[in-house]
Design a protein around this ligand. Structure first.
Ligand code: CU
Length: 380
């Protein structure tokens, strides 16, 4: 990664000379970008009206829609439909929340496009719902990421289009205003979009990384309202849920921290799978709260902090950060078979609150990486 020497903010504020240095430094940083893409793709200048349109079929996480890693056909309009579902889901055995969801899942489905494409989103809020919802795409530019133009009451729908000028993975979430913003986000209403560089993902040397599999894992913090005895309330309606959550979220103490919506969503029979030799892209997001993800017995061969592919990836990370409101991208090639744990390495949040997943990897053992010399036996 490039080295940048810091200029104290006070001296920048006080001296025009330092302002000049700052400008020169910024110029240096942009010229010295070691990434493999231009940062902003403004090659195409139109509003997308005359571009080809394709419909992307959404799939439930941890899976991603089918995509070409390297863009084949230039800028296009990728049409996506999200239908809001307010539904009661079990977060942990016996404990439920009125989840607010895009297409019925926590997190919502991942959208995959290439840099320069447009996303044309139709957001439907069926009349059977009770709340006003919208969507703020961190990948979009202006109008609160689309939040300002996408508010829909029950019985309404809206369609808007935004251009993906930056490559990377970005969170999207509901942001209906005021105190409703954290309540909707912590009721599950968030997901991510992946904007791939046109020429695919590049390793630290600029070479194409061929991805064999991709998974999307979102950590979700819940603040389930409890009665005075500490028992999670069984709430009858979404309206009552938001009233109770208005107080419980202020504790800042999640009652549950889980991957993909509920405890065990990616464990046991729901575990992710891979084969030895697979290069797996893990997209990990958190829409509200900082986390740190670790693959026990593995690493991040490549890690894009903040998930932004125009930067050169870091290598060899043991644990990677995901600041609240962002997504990180990691590629790992599995080299040994077995059941791996992918978890929040605040181990209390993993083992006691639920933030963990499994990856079952098939293949044959490579004793050049690890072998048992003497198995367990009596002390001699
Ligand atoms: Cu909402």
């Amino acid at each position: 990664m490039k080295k940048v020497s810091f200029i104290p903010l006070s001296s920048i504020k006080n001296q025009w000379g330092s302002w000049l240095s700052a400008i020169v430094l910024l110029g240096f940083m942009s010229c010295n970008n070691q990434g493999t893409q231009s940062v902003l793709d403004r090659t195409y200048q139109g509003n997308g009206d005359n571009l080809p349109k394709v419909t992307q079929q959404m799939v439930a996480p941890p899976f991603l829609p089918k995509f070409d890693e390297v863009d084949k056909d230039g800028p296009k309009v990728v049409q996506v439909t999200f239908t809001v579902e307010e539904k009661k889901i079990e977060v942990a055995p016996g404990d439920s929340i009125w989840a607010f969801t895009y297409n019925g899942t926590v997190p919502g489905p991942m959208i995959v496009v290439h840099q320069g494409d447009f996303v044309e989103l139709t957001l439907k809020n069926p009349a059977t719902n009770t709340m006003t919802h919208n969507i703020d795409f961190h990948a979009a530019t202006g109008a609160m990421g689309g939040g300002a133009i996408s508010l829909v009451n029950p019985g309404e729908q809206v369609t808007f289009r935004f251009r993906c000028i930056r490559a990377g993975v970005f969170v999207y979430h509901c942001a209906p205003g005021g105190a409703m913003v954290p309540i909707h986000v912590t009721s599950g209403m968030n997901g991510a979009i992946m904007v791939l560089p046109k020429n695919g993902l590049r390793d630290e040397n600029g070479n194409l990384v061929k991805i064999d599999k991709a998974y999307y894992i979102a950590e979700q913090d819940y603040y389930l309202p409890k009665d005075k005895d500490g028992k999670v309330l069984n709430i009858a309606t979404p309206q009552q849920s938001v009233q109770e959550l208005a107080e419980s979220v202020k504790t800042l103490h999640p009652t549950n921290i889980v991957f993909n919506g509920h405890e065990g969503a990616l464990l046991g029979k729901n575990a992710l799978t891979a084969k030895v030799g697979d290069k797996v892209l893990f997209i990990t997001s958190q829409a509200n709260r900082d986390t740190r993800i670790h693959l026990i017995g593995g690493h991040a061969d490549l890690y894009w902090p903040g998930g932004k592919f125009s930067n050169k990836p870091y290598t060899d990370f043991e644990t990677w950060s995901v600041p609240g409101g962002s997504a990180a991208a990691v590629v790992y090639e599995f080299r040994e078979p077995g059941t791996y744990m992918l978890l929040n390495h605040n181990l209390i949040e993993a083992f006691d609150y639920g933030a963990m997943a499994q990856v079952k990897v098939s293949g044959s053992w490579d004793s050049s990486l690890m072998k048992v010399v003497h198995p367990q036996g009596p002390v001699q």
